[in-house]
Design a protein around this ligand. Structure first.
Ligand code: F6P
Length: 361
């Protein structure tokens, strides 16, 4: 049995990170008599002058409903370089980190993160250092788990935003566009669009055409609804077009909502407004479901380590928590199945995805 384990949070924050940390500490200390060291600022905290903090059930008391992460996080650190679009893991920071973990007396790690962070965690396992991953992303795009914590909270926030936009759109007879997060996948847009009664949902998995968008807006006008609500995922693309970025290095997605707004105004002369929901989807308190999922993930991650597992990620499958190889989770993004039940349901109730085929229907 390990005497002392470490825990760290990497990548963008997500509501529920603190719920996981709390469950890790309580389970490790109370159930297995281990000590827990919190590593600050993701893997960066075990490089150079290490930044760590001893975590006890007392020190994590009260953090369950808190947003963010008490350990801090980093998005793009020193452990991975992208060469010709492929992630490469240089040996140097990993050997330095392993040496520092040895000095700190940390015998195993629990790593909370999305695809990028978990791919780094896997490198530690490959070098014989025990690691268990915990899937985190509001985007819900990690394979091998049906849900990641943070996603349900993000949907709640996006749904409330849509509800609020609905009343102002209806009062002014406007087209309202809500741009939501979801790096390369449309999970947030699809779920919030259904829950918040959007008329058009634009997602990366179904490239859209303006003919289709305009057809839907006009159809609604003809039927007496002089307003239209659109939810667009930040990675949505027009047929033949690409994803839009806010920076030249193509690290920050965004801008598609305003692009759609300008085109709709140009093509319909209807007043159109765009709201970018941005980090409001990531900040603040987790909802009840994410607290519960984060707590279950945290406890199960410690249990997996204690039972000698490594190189695995805890995952939510068929309403229970299982462990799966990290490699399975990071191999491919989990995208929205375009012939899946949710897309079908949306279409059945009259929501348009503005695919070119829909303009001919
Ligand atoms: O991966 C989660 C996510 O919320 C993406 O949807 C979004 O593109 C990205 O993070 C933005 O992250 P940041 O602003 O922290 O770079």
């Amino acid at each position: 049995m390990y005497k002392q384990i470490g825990v760290l949070t990497g990548g963008g924050d997500a509501p529920g990170l603190n719920a996981v940390i709390r469950a890790v500490v309580r389970t490790a200390v109370n159930e297995y008599g281990m000590k827990v060291i919190g590593i600050e600022d993701s893997f960066e905290g075990i490089l150079g002058e290490t930044r760590t903090v001893q975590l006890t059930p007392k020190s994590v008391s009260g953090i369950l409903p808190k947003g963010g992460t008490i350990l801090g996080t980093r998005n793009r650190g020193s452990f991975v370089k992208i060469v010709d679009g492929v992630p490469v893991f240089p040996e140097m920071p990993i050997s330095e980190a392993l040496a520092n973990l040895d000095i700190l007396g940390i015998e195993a790690l629990i790593v909370l993160g999305g695809e990028g962070t978990l791919a780094i965690a896997e490198q530690f396992d490959k070098r014989g250092f025990p690691v268990i991953g915990v899937p985190k992303t509001i985007d819900n795009d990690l394979a091998a788990t049906e849900l990641t914590f943070g996603f349900m909270t993000a949907i709640d926030i996006a749904t409330e935003a849509l509800d609020r936009l609905h009343t102002t759109a209806a009062s002014h007879d406007r087209v309202m566009i809500l741009e939501v997060m979801g790096r390369h996948t449309g999970w947030i847009a699809l779920h919030a669009g259904l829950a918040g009664s959007a008329d058009i949902i634009l997602i990366p998995e179904i490239p859209f055409s303006f003919d289709s968008v305009i057809k839907k807006v006009k159809e609604r006008e003809a039927n007496g609804s002089r307003f239209t609500n659109i939810v667009v995922a930040e990675g949505a693309k027009e047929v033949g077009g690409g994803e839009m970025y806010l920076d030249a290095k193509h690290t920050r997605l965004g801008g598609v909502g305003d692009y759609v707004r300008r085109k709709i105004e140009e093509l319909t002369e209807k007043e159109t407004r765009c709201v970018v929901l941005g980090h409001l989807q990531r900040g603040g308190s987790p909802n009840a479901f994410d607290r519960m999922l984060g707590t279950s993930f945290g406890a199960c991650a410690v249990r997996a380590l204690a039972e000698g597992e490594s190189g695995k990620m805890v995952a939510f499958q068929a309403s229970t928590i299982v462990t799966v190889p990290i490699s399975e989770a990071v191999a491919n993004l989990k995208t929205v199945p375009i012939d899946g039940q949710l897309v079908r349901t949306a279409r059945d109730i009259g929501i348009s995805f503005a695919s070119p085929a829909e303009s001919d229907m």
